[in-house]
Design a protein around this ligand. Structure first.
Ligand SMILES: Cc1cc2nc3c(=O)[nH]c(=O)nc-3n(C[C@H](O)[C@H](O)[C@H](O)COP(=O)(O)OP(=O)(O)OC[C@H]3O[C@@H](n4cnc5c(N)ncnc54)[C@H](O)[C@@H]3O)c2cc1C
Length: 438
């Protein structure tokens, strides 16, 4: 039997995927989004990071395709570029260049706004999903420890109270659940924060001159602790290239074309500067995004929590964006939610089981990100147990994946959150990592 209504606060990636999962189990799903609806494919104020490159990992892509069959093909028809992850990517990683070969792991490369718009188009075809754009979710109300109503304000300033059986917090960095929980007299969930002071600075270029490159994307990952800066070049629809510079703990953030080029020149990956120096950007401004810290809430540790309040996506955990995990984690959480709804349990049980699942989903990606981020001298926070050994082993795997296709293939599966990192320790891969070690 279907429940009556679910409300989703925030209509971005996590909110949209959650709505799709909910739509099969509720008579009505309402997405309340503070941004207005845009006709065109454009960056939104509520998602300031959307101007920067957004890679969709295989784990996320597969869930997206499961939720919206044919969507990857639709993206390709809109100009997304299909790329072989090992063959079409020029990747310098901790100072070594990865071997390039046909891995048959294909990713779809497009801008974040195109991806989101395409998902929205598919949601608009689901008859019981409704959008309320230009509306701000203000609060939730409870009765006997259960979420009962959501309060929101529309563009005219009209406040509405809507009854609901479930509320999803998909508000991203805003993490609305904090203020709601405080208001309801619950403690704020325990959180872990790790400061990285990362920045992204991006410009869009027209497609590069024909024959100037033999790759689709370039990734110049830093080589910490000495080198804390890097950059990416990746294709987006409209035959354009998105060029991004990054830096950890860096104070000198490029803010004009001159400083952008100067910074690019300092990258140790020589192709990066060489390829952009003669090209002309088509964006006028440099878009900068500062990412001060990774933040993870531990809902699974809470004993007392309102039944029917579920947190998805960045509102639950913001991971270092360099590892491109955020959208895929949101997809995994939406899939977990769908699987739990299928079981038709009580709201209380659903809430508890959901957070147990989220805790497990986040465990490995969080560890992957911290293992790398603590290589930078400027990172601060609580270090994971066994960090030196993890860092040592990953460095060996990275070194071997510069020349060994089997090691790199396995590493790709881990990075795309398709396989557990323990698979890198299987005897065959270990032998390659250590015996061939140069
Ligand atoms: C620079 C950068 C690069 C990144 N690159 C990648 C990448 O390559 N791959 C990847 O997978 N991830 C990447 N990420 C992470 C990714 O952007 C996030 O994980 C993802 O957007 C999370 O989606 P979300 O829906 O949880 O939150 P968001 O996308 O941040 O959306 C939150 C939504 O909530 C709405 N909202 C907020 N408050 C309210 C309110 N009170 N009422 C109504 N609506 C509200 C906002 O308007 C917005 O639409 C990157 C992040 C950054 C910062």
């Amino acid at each position: 039997m279907k429940r009556n209504r679910a409300v989703v606060a925030g209509g971005s990636i996590a909110g949209k995927l959650a709505a799709r999962a909910l739509s099969e189990y509720f008579n009505e799903v309402i997405i309340i989004e503070k941004d207005k609806d845009a006709d065109s494919i454009t960056n939104r104020k509520g998602v300031p990071q959307s101007v920067h490159g957004h890679v969709l990992l295989k784990s996320g892509e597969e869930i997206l395709e499961e939720f919206f069959p044919g969507i990857i093909q639709e993206l390709s028809q809109k100009g997304a570029r299909k790329s072989d992850f090992a063959g079409d990517l020029l990747w310098s990683h901790h100072g070594s260049q990865k071997v390039r070969f046909d891995s048959n792991v294909f990713i779809s490369q497009q801008s974040r706004p195109l991806l989101e718009k395409q998902i929205q188009k598919r949601l608009e075809k689901v008859s019981n999903i409704h959008f309320r754009f230009g509306c701000i979710v203000k609060n939730i109300l409870m009765d006997k420890n259960e979420v009962k109503r959501v309060v929101f304000e529309d563009e005219e300033g009209l406040i509405t109270e809507l009854s609901t059986d479930l509320i999803i917090d998909a508000s991203g960095a805003a993490a609305l659940h904090n203020q709601w929980l405080r208001g309801l007299g619950f403690g704020v969930p325990p959180k872990t924060e790790v400061k990285v002071n990362l920045f992204y600075a991006s410009m869009v270029y027209k497609g590069f001159s024909p024959g100037s490159i033999d790759w689709h994307s370039l990734l110049a990952y830093p080589n910490p602790p000495e080198i804390d800066r890097g950059g990416t070049i990746s294709p987006i629809e409209g035959n354009r290239m998105l060029v991004t510079l990054i830096g950890y703990g860096t104070k000198n953030i490029p803010n004009d074309l001159d400083s952008f080029m100067q910074y690019a020149k300092t990258l140790k990956q020589p192709d990066f500067y060489k390829v952009i120096k003669n090209e002309i950007p088509c964006s006028e401004d440099i878009e900068v995004y500062r990412f001060p810290a990774l933040r993870r809430y531990h809902f699974e540790k809470l004993k007392d929590f309102p039944s029917g309040l579920l947190v998805l996506g960045d509102a639950a955990c913001r991971i270092d964006p360099v590892f491109a995990q955020g959208m895929s984690l949101a997809a995994m959480e939406a899939k977990a939610l769908k699987e739990l709804l299928m079981m038709q349990t009580t709201k209380k049980r659903l809430t508890k089981s959901y957070y147990e699942k989220v805790g497990k989903i986040l465990e490995i990606p969080w560890l992957i990100a911290l293992t790398e981020d603590f290589r930078f001298r400027t990172t601060s926070g609580r270090k994971p147990i066994g960090l030196p050994i993890l860092q040592w082993f990953v460095k060996k795997v990275v070194a071997a994946s510069a020349y060994n296709e089997d090691v790199y293939t396995q590493f790709i599966q881990v990075l795309h959150l398709k396989k557990h990192p323990v698979t890198l320790a299987n005897p065959y891969i270990l032998a390659k990592v250590f015996k061939d070690s140069k």
